[in-house]
Design a protein around this ligand. Sequence first.
Ligand code: UT7
Length: 336
Amino acid sequence: MPNMIFSRITGLGYYVPDKIVTNQDLTQMMDTTDEWIQERTGIRERRYFEYGKDTNASMATAASRQALQRAGLQPGDVDVIVYATITPDYFFPGSAFLMQRELGLETIPVFDIRQQCSGFVYALSLADQYIKSGMYKTALVVGSEIQSSWIDKSTAGRSTAVIFGDGAGAAVVQATSDPSRRIISTHLHADGRFAEELYVRDPGSSRPDRPVTQELLDSGGFNVHMNGNAVFKHAIQRFGEVIYEALKANNLTEKDLSLLVPHQANMRISEYVRQQMGLDPEQVINNIQRFGNTTAASIPIALTEAWEDGKLNDGDIICLAAFGSGFTWGSALIQW
Ligand code: UT7
């Protein structure tokens, strides 16, 4: 493959807030139990941001600084930021602008993308295409979420509140001419027919009145609405499909896979996928027990931990896979 440009992840980092919220802590806020949460989701605890200390953009900045340092780069080396979040600091502009400012990177382009739990895979795919096209050499790809201020922590919101947590993860993606260490391919999908199965309706613009009224607040439109059973059923099907799509596209099988890093949606979903694929428990990264579901941040946090634990070895075939609201789903196959 002479003269071809590929992209490669050269640095990973993550940041989670200090505040640990255990299942037991949640029982003080809503009618739930540690047993129910662990049995249905695998989660033991999650992190919540502290107002005045963390913001969506500050967490992303911390994760990015760590990723850059591990890549041996300075913030000024970055050509483009692709930032995935559904919980930005402002309604607009997006948090990518705030992180660009915090990193002192005036005038480089930034993208804010909202593809929910698939956000990081979508962001990585964008960065990969830009690098392969030759337009940019170094991209910062980020997932960052503050879910704890959105979720309804009363008993009415318990079926969604217990699964979400806060945090950020980042990857430095750089151009390379080495075909043996690269992002091999990415595969993205969406199906808007299911938009309302997992959504936050407000503040929406298609309203007879202002997007924020007392009536809309009282109606619960600002809360996360999730048809958990429907999401679960679609997730277990789509995860498998999109992982095999990536493998088949590259004439590989599950036997070639060293590691699967799934979006941390629910331990039962990851476990189902693992068993269907015949993978060993050590081949699937799970950290949902400690961080809950951090939406767009979950994959880069899990990938960073895998790297820190020495689970990413040169030449390994690694698959990232996600499914979430939209519905969206996607995978990225990487030769580490
Ligand atoms: O990351 C984005 C994508 N999201 C996902 O992939 C999430 C997919 N869905 C899920 O993970 C699961 O559907 C949940 C974990 C959200 C819920 O688990 P479930 O096994 O589907 O429970 P359920 O909603 O069917 O509820 C079962 C029972 C209900 O009681 P009844 O009607 O059987 O008496 C709920 O009221 O559990 C009750 N329940 C709870 N009980 C204690 C719901 N939430 C709770 C709770 N604590 N937190």
